[in-house]
Design a protein around this ligand. Structure first.
Ligand code: ADP
Ligand code: NI
Length: 219
């Protein structure tokens, strides 16, 4: 199977699995991360395009928030790629990306080592910020019955996966800006992502300023 066919078959597989998912991890998230990863890879000549695109498409194949087994994602990615007979060295590199790309409530301390992994992580985090990032936070909040905001609910950050999971139950959507979204800009790896993140970050800061002003009836 040629590279293009491997990529398009994987895109079809991921689309079928995530169609209609409502938590912000739907097919269109995978699609945007895939497209962003291609854009970022254009400026990183050493990146292997097949590994980058497969890593982007499969990075959320099993979500940490809904699985207790950390290996569920890497295993599912491997199983799929083996089923279409992808070469072992490519599978191992994709599996590495799937294992380590997630933010996990701020508890993922693994420093991504490969350029393809850095690109996928940048693309995934770019999709969490800016205009789309804002939309995703409130979509997620709605799905989990969380309030938009509560001035009495103090801003929190998390040290463990258990705390982060508890935070999903207790927190507000606005808290998510402080526990994650506003922290992402400074963790971008590639120069292209750093530039895009600056702009998306400014969009969120302006949005929050407006949000608080409207909350108190000032605008
Ligand atoms: P990752 O897959 O990198 O670990 P997450 O699954 O934590 O990232 O988050 C993906 C997106 O889902 C976030 O960027 C956000 O839009 C939404 N989301 C996740 N957790 C929360 C939360 N506690 N509150 C609001 N939105 C959330
Ligand atoms: Ni993602």
């Amino acid at each position: 199977m040629n590279q293009q066919t491997i990529i398009s078959k994987t895109a079809e597989f991921v689309e079928a699995k995530f169609k209609g998912e409502g938590s912000g991890h739907d097919w269109w998230h995978m699609y945007r991360v895939w497209q962003l990863a291609r854009t970022l890879a254009d400026e990183e000549p050493t990146a292997n395009k097949l590994v980058t695109e497969l890593g982007a498409l499969l990075h959320d194949i099993a979500d940490w928030k809904f699985h207790d087994d950390d290996e569920a994602g890497p295993k599912a990615a491997r199983q799929w790629l083996e089923s279409i007979a992808v070469a072992e060295d490519i599978i191992a590199q994709v599996e590495y990306i799937v294992r380590y790309s997630s933010w996990k409530g701020g508890t993922n301390k693994h420093a991504m080592k490969t350029i393809e992994g850095k690109i996928v992580q940048d693309a995934d985090r770019l999709d969490a910020i800016g205009a789309i990032g804002i939309a995703r936070v409130f979509a997620f909040g709605g799905m989990h019955d969380r309030p938009l905001y509560d001035p009495a609910n103090k801003i929190k950050t998390y040290k463990t996966v258990a705390e982060a999971k508890q935070g999903i139950k207790d927190g507000t959507s606005v808290n998510h800006f402080y526990e994650k979204l506003l922290l992402l800009k400074d963790g971008m790896h590639t120069d292209a992502a750093k530039k895009l993140a600056e702009h998306r970050h400014a969009v969120m800061e302006q949005y929050l300023e407006e949000f608080y002003a409207e909350w108190d009836g000032q605008r």
